[in-house]
Design a binder for this molecule. Sequence first.
Ligand code: SAM
Ligand code: SF4
Length: 335
Amino acid sequence: MNTALAPAPLVDRFGRVHTSLRVSVTDRCNIRCAYCMPATGVKFLPRNEILSFEEITRFVRILSAHGVRKVRLTGGEPLVRHNLSELVSQLAALPDVEEIALTTNGMLLADQAEALKTAGLDRLNISLDTLREAKFEQISRRTGLDQVLAGIASAEAAGFEGTRLNATSLRGFTEEEIIPLAEFALERGLELRFIEYMPLDAGHTWSHEQVLTGSEVLRRLGERFGELMPVEREDSSQPAVDYTVPGGGRIGFINSVSEPFCGDCNRLRLTAEGQVRNCLFSTIEYDARVLLRNGASDEELAQLVADAVAAKLPGHAINDESFLRPQRAMYQIGG
Ligand code: SAM
Ligand code: SF4
C-alpha cells in the first residue's frame, strides 16, 4: 500500500487556495510605459541573476505538485527573452499544469505567435491602451502601435482563442480611448479589460486622483452601447468583473484600487531573479534562486513557498493611510 501523503495544497491563513502562478521571465522591455518604467536610465538585472528556463521549470513543477494549475508568463516584456517558446514547451510538458498563458505588449508577437502556439501556449493577454499612434508614443515613449496591431492579428491567425486586450486607465489621460478600444475589441470578438492604474509606477508619482475607476469607464461605455449587464462569475478568484454589451461581446474591469478583490486571491508570483512574492504589493520576498542554485531539495523549495503563503496578508491596503508601496515597480515584479 502506498502510504505517502499527497503534497499539501498552498492554503493561507484566510483559506485562500493558491493555484495560479505568475512568472516574470525578464525585467527588460522594448518600450517604456509611463505607468510602469522610468523614461531613461533603467538598470536591468545582469543576465546571470535571471533564472534559467530549467530553474523556472523546476520551480513550476514543484508548485504544480502542490496544486498550482495555471501559469502566466510576464515581465518586463516576456517576448524579449530569447527563445521563449522553449520555456513554454518545457512548462507544457509538466503533467499537472493545465493552462499556460502569456501577457505581452504585442510588439514582437507577429514573429512569435506561431512558435508559441506550437510550443503549447494556451492563451494570450495583449496590452493595448490606445489606437492612436501619437497617444501610444506618449504612453510608451516609443513608436510602434502598428507592430502591436500586427501582433493582435497574428494571435488570431496562429489559432489562439480567448485572447484578451488589457487597457490601463488613467484619469485625465485615457478617457478618449475607451470607446474606440471597445469598438475595436467588439468588432474582432476579443474580450477587453480595463485595469485601474496602481501605485507601481517607477517614478512613484501615482495618486488616487489619477485612477480612472472601472465604474467611470463603465458609465461611459453605457452611454455609447446601452446598459452593460454584469456576468455571474464562473471562477471567484478571477480578478475581473465582466459585463456583457448589448448587441454582443464582453468587457471586463480589474478594479484593483476602487474595489479590491484580495479576498479571493489565488495568485503567487516569481520575479525574474527568482524571488517569490505572495502579493503584487508585498514588501517582502522569499529567495528561491539561492535555493535553486545551492542544491536545495524539492521539499526545501516547497517549504519556502509554503512560508510565503503562510505570511500572506488579507489585502493590499492601497486605500489605507498606512499603505507602504513596494520599492519595486511593475516591470521589476511582473504584472
Ligand atoms: N510587458 C507586458 C505588457 O505590457 O503586457 C507584460 C508586463 S506588464 C507589467 C503587464 C500589465 O501591467 C500591462 O497590461 C500593463 O499595462 C499593466 N501595468 C503596468 N504598470 C501598471 C500600473 N502601474 N498600474 C496598472 N497596470 C499596470
Ligand atoms: Fe514594458 Fe509592459 Fe511595463 Fe509597458 S507595461 S513598460 S510594455 S513591462
